[in-house]
Design a protein around this ligand. Sequence first.
Ligand SMILES: *Cc1c(COP(=O)(O)O)cnc(C)c1O
Length: 426
Amino acid sequence: MTSRNQSLFEAAQRHIPGGVNSPVRAFGSVGGIPPFFAGGKGPWAWDADGKRYLDYVCSWGPLILGHAHPETVEAVQEAASRGLSFGAPTEGEVELADLLCDLLPSVDMVRLVSSGTEATMSAIRLARGHTGRDLLVKFEGCYHGHSDSLLVKAGSGMLTFGNPSSGGVPADVAKHTLVLDYNDPQQLADAFATRGQEIAAVIVEPVAGNMNLVAPKPEFLKAARELCTRHGAVLIFDEVMTGFRVGPQCAQGLFGITPDLTTLGKVIGGGMPLAAFGGKREIMEKIAPLGPVYQAGTLSGNPVAVAAGLVTLKATRAPGFYQTLSTRTRQLTDGLTAAAQKHGIPFSAQAMGGMFGLYFRAAPPTSYSEVMECDKERFNRFFHTMLDAGHYFAPSTYEAGFVSVAHSEADVASTLAAAEKAFAAL
Ligand SMILES: *Cc1c(COP(=O)(O)O)cnc(C)c1O
């Protein structure tokens, strides 16, 4: 008997490349048929066959309040009833901009966009326009959306031109991006020593969440800040994932480092297409219409998306919000670690606010190459066993996981009970 998921996946492949609108959804890494989701409520999501899952992906982070959060849904419906889009200023944008600048001391001004990709792409253009330099530094394993200058891998030597990591990216564009190792302050210092005059910006995920989860060494972020300041480069914290996910002032608040520009997305839209970039006034004033750096968007600051974002951000201000979220997430990572240990499986896990990493390796990785050492086959078996049992984790060992405040202690306990059985069978 074919399932509805399976027939939808086959149908989807007729007119959608790979049957999906974003590649990781195709389950290429773990194999099998992806569930086609039909609905969600709180920590739960259910698929086209009516199978229910406790969701630890949460739309890759945005759903910090869980699925179909009643106040968010109500705000969206109310905003939609007043008009879906005007392509002109609306009041909600002012409130959201004020709130973001209020919550983040490093952000004096902010511009709203519709995706994280747009936010990082625009922040980089702005940094280049501001400094009059072309060279961009990024770190291996960090993902900053899919614009050309970011789909780049390291060249043959450390300080040589970057090479395209995707078809369709001109080598001429890639050569303006230098790709260095995450958590290696010495290498970054060397790059500035040789090419400091050319570096427009350093862009970094202050907690890397797109190569599983890699925590920053404090000296790494500190070095990035100091080197950018000394050489007149712009430090961009890409907090599209970590923003209001790891804590009330994002990763920058957690580590006490002030970036020049910050990119936000995911949580700030509460599940709607909304993202932002912002930072120092003197840099932000270089954007059109105030300055020479062009940036625009038909649906930017969309009133329905802004309504969802406002409700979500305000909810995170409730007393104890991040305490609850962190406690719940740690309950999951501590419980999984204990269960694996009991069955002698080399495994580790760590939590940061409502974000977590699971590693089939004895200790949490600190670099991209250590992430690559995780036992992928074991992860895949664990993933499928958990999926069958109704617990939906990210379908790749190279992705972080997410918990919402709608996940109860009992929900996590039921996931731990299933994991205990899964580890026993590994
Ligand atoms: C998700 C993500 C992006 C891209 O955001 P989209 O909305 O998918 O374009 C950029 N940077 C980081 C750190 C992300 O996690």
